[in-house]
Design a binder for this molecule. Sequence first.
Ligand code: SDX
Length: 393
Amino acid sequence: ETGLFTFDPGFTSTASCESQITYIDGGEGTLLYRGYPIDQLAESSNFMEVCYLLLHGELPKADEFENFDWTIRRHSMLHDQFDQFFRGFRRDAHPMAIMVGTVGALSAFYHDSTDINDPEARTIASHRMIAKMPTIAARAYKYSIGQPFISPRNDMDYAGNFLRQCFAVPAEDYKGSDVLAKAMDKIFILHADHEQNASTSTVRLAGSSGANPFACIASGIASLWGPAHGGANEAALNMLNQIGSVDKIPEYVKRAKDKDDPFRLMGFGHRVYKNYDPRAKVMRDTCHQVLDELGVRNDPTLQVAMELERIALEDEYFVEKKLYPNIDFYSGITLKAMGFPTEMFTVLFALARTVGWIAQWTEMVEDPSQKIGRPRQLFTGATPRDYVDFSKR
Ligand code: SDX
């Protein structure tokens, strides 16, 4: 007797946990982190404050913020030997492959913070991951273009420091842009958490066995990589480039609606949102700000994106199925304009989502009702039969 269970492929109607972190109303198109609307946080807060909020449940007071911010800055360096990991990869390796490998390897360097039953060790592991992720991500990029690594600077804020590590070169003074650093920070806020999406559920499932936190986050990165999830930002920009010009849009919209054609509009549709993704709205505004700052408002990809959005939102198929642009639709154009190659887009998503994964992992570890994740199955294979000797097959 194994009891009854429900069959729910893709978990479309199964709540896997109780959570107090992020709330989504998919019908209304609302997203709250710990009760605060995403548009207010993107407008008025900053990523470090949002990290604190997600981890602790409340906005920090001034001294709490200062302490947290300083702690993250102080943990941003990597162990000197860690750099050798990058050198083991081919130069043309996808940076997400490098992220999966190197973040998992953090567990070998910081074994002292892997005792999941010790709250202090958990906190240190959290700080280490949030702080080191930009350093690792920037190194993955620098390695791919053959440039020397740039060390983090403790006197710079999170987003500005990350941009510097990506785009500074030792031979020149680095002149960052406040507008771009602010946009980067906003992009991090928008991606920070999104309740029980595929990668977060992966982190929770991996962690439910008591596994080491660095390895759990590496499993989240692996899940995020897929084009149906975080990889959609890369796929969306590739799609916009493939469409190429406004006059080709109807042809691609027709293909997206064709059941026999695997083509789908990347950056469109969402499991939970049956309305405009509230993050996509902020992302679209940020995209315009970045393109204005860089003086490339007439970017042809943006023209295709805006026209595609307009046509799809008027099309009966998309209206009926409630398919709207999601966060990945405008993020690619923005990141490309900022100078990132497409392969880095999902890396930036992973960097920002790390805090969400950690907050969710911590909530799970601290939940007394937590059990090891163990889905059941509907077995549809062979009925019992006797082994047949090799000579008789
Ligand atoms: C993220 O879950 C999260 O919270 C994820 C995320 C996060 O912050 O963690 O928000 C990040 O992953 C955003 C989503 C990025 N993915 C894409 O943009 C890829 C394109 N979108 C789709 O593949 C799809 O919409 C999903 C994967 C996002 C959602 O898949 P579902 O919920 O399983 O829905 P579905 O694929 O079953 O689609 C329902 C119907 C289908 O038609 P029918 O079989 O009912 O006739 O809508 C159609 C689909 O064919 N459809 C699309 C479409 N997306 C869905 N048709 C054309 N183009 C599309 N993009």
